[in-house]
Design a binder for this molecule. Structure first.
Ligand SMILES: *Cc1c(COP(=O)(O)O)cnc(C)c1O
Length: 390
């Protein structure tokens, strides 16, 4: 599917066929259902188009961080089960139930809030229990989860669909933390068996777990970054073959010769020792191209690699092409491929001193997104309205 054409020469191009390829390879690697994680605007790839595509590919479940993201998906006509991964606030619970969003229940108090809202609406809430096995973020500690689990199993207004935890160190194949977290998680799950209740879906593995720890795959996996074809960490083992789905491209908007020792951009932090040719690219930190790439980033023009020079500005930055040629409107690749040369999101992250997650999710809505591949015929009609509530 394609978004309406934008005149802005800077754009994100998402290859939906690469998403298909990644989902399919993750599936055959794990052999269990997949919850495609589409939080944070689908890691910068565009929430609704990516979710529609994953749904068309038969993804079993979608995961988002906030209720607002879930509501946006329902309003776009997504019918696939959606789990909201974040912690909940009492006043929001009715919104979850009305929009048929599955709720992360991360404490006994929150369980009570969900029960009260469900009872008031006369409609059961679908919940997943969140167990903290070492992340020390939301969730009930595995070592004190018994009464929490008992209350959830006994609840008349909650349907217990899942139980899950989150891995803190799965990016690192050598960390002993993951095995410990798995053991704590399985112990908590066993408590459900001891109560004689049916076992809900147990899910634990993020991208790192999928890549490095097969024991964590359990009943469902929750890939985010890997689905988009990016590895979670430079130390990751590529045990699943994936292709990056996102490219970030722009065009040369200006060419000039800069004389020796004449500094470029704010703060005059960079100058060439010789006369040189400098081109300007119309994208900056106001789009999410990190300012940390000042005199550190690289781009591809005419299949050559050139350095970003001087500070990245809000809306533009400069590139030194030395004695080479470049013309206005030449394609500039910031992330992606150009005639065999490639700049990965991982490499950009490393130069910016961060992780690829932050690079991808930072690319904001000032940049238009374009979609290639996929099969639009399979996408459901847009504009399906969710049931009104009240
Ligand atoms: C974001 C998130 C994921 C996905 O993590 P990746 O490392 O991108 O695969 C999985 N589970 C939870 C709870 C998350 O918050």
């Amino acid at each position: 599917m394609t978004t309406p054409a934008s005149q802005r020469p800077t754009r994100i191009v998402v290859d939906l066929d690469h998403l298909t390829f990644n989902l399919s390879n993750i599936r055959s690697h794990v052999g269990v259902p997949v919850m495609g994680i589409v939080k944070a605007n689908a890691y910068g790839h565009g929430l609704v188009p990516v979710a529609l595509h994953l749904q068309a590919q038969g993804v079993e479940q979608l995961g988002v961080a906030f209720v607002e993201e879930g509501v946006a998906l329902r309003q776009a006509g997504i019918t696939t089960p959606i789990l909201v991964l974040g912690g909940i606030f009492g006043p929001q619970v009715a919104q979850f139930i009305v929009h048929d969003l599955e709720i992360t229940v991360s404490s006994l108090d929150k369980l009570r809030q969900v029960e009260a809202a469900a009872q008031a609406l006369g409609r059961k809430a679908v919940i997943h229990l969140k167990i903290d096995t070492g992340m020390e973020r939301i969730g009930v500690h595995s070592y004190s989860a018994k009464s929490f689990i008992e209350a959830a199993v006994a609840s008349t207004w909650c349907e217990l669909k899942g139980i899950y935890s989150h891995l803190a160190c799965a990016d690192d194949p050598n960390s002993p933390m993951t095995a410990e977290q798995l053991e704590r998680f399985l112990e908590a799950c066993e408590h459900i068996s001891r109560l004689g209740a049916p076992m809900p879906l147990r899910h634990l593995a993020n991208s790192g777990g999928i890549l490095h720890f097969p024991q964590t795959h359990l009943d469902m996996v929750r890939p985010g970054i890997l689905l988009y074809g990016v590895l979670p960490d430079p130390a990751s083992q590529p045990t699943v073959t994936v292709k990056p789905a996102l490219s970030l491209v722009s065009q040369v908007v200006y060419f000039k010769v800069v004389k020796a020792n004449n500094p470029v951009s704010y703060g005059a932090t960079w100058a060439s020792a010789t006369d040189t040719r400098v081109v300007t690219i119309p994208i900056g930190y106001g789009d999410g191209y990190p300012r940390a790439l000042s005199s550190r980033g690289e781009v591809l023009i005419r299949s050559q690699r050139y350095p970003v020079v001087g500070r990245v500005c809000m809306d533009q930055f400069m590139v030194d092409i030395g004695l080479d040629s470049a013309w206005n409107e030449d394609e500039v690749v910031l992330i992606g491929e150009q005639e065999g040369q490639r700049i990965s999101a991982e490499a950009v992250a490393e130069r910016a001193g961060t992780i690829p997650y932050e690079i991808l999710t930072g690319l904001n809505d000032r940049i238009p997104r374009e979609y290639r591949g996929g099969s639009p015929a399979l996408a459901p009609a847009r504009g399906t309205t969710p049931p009104a509530w009240g």
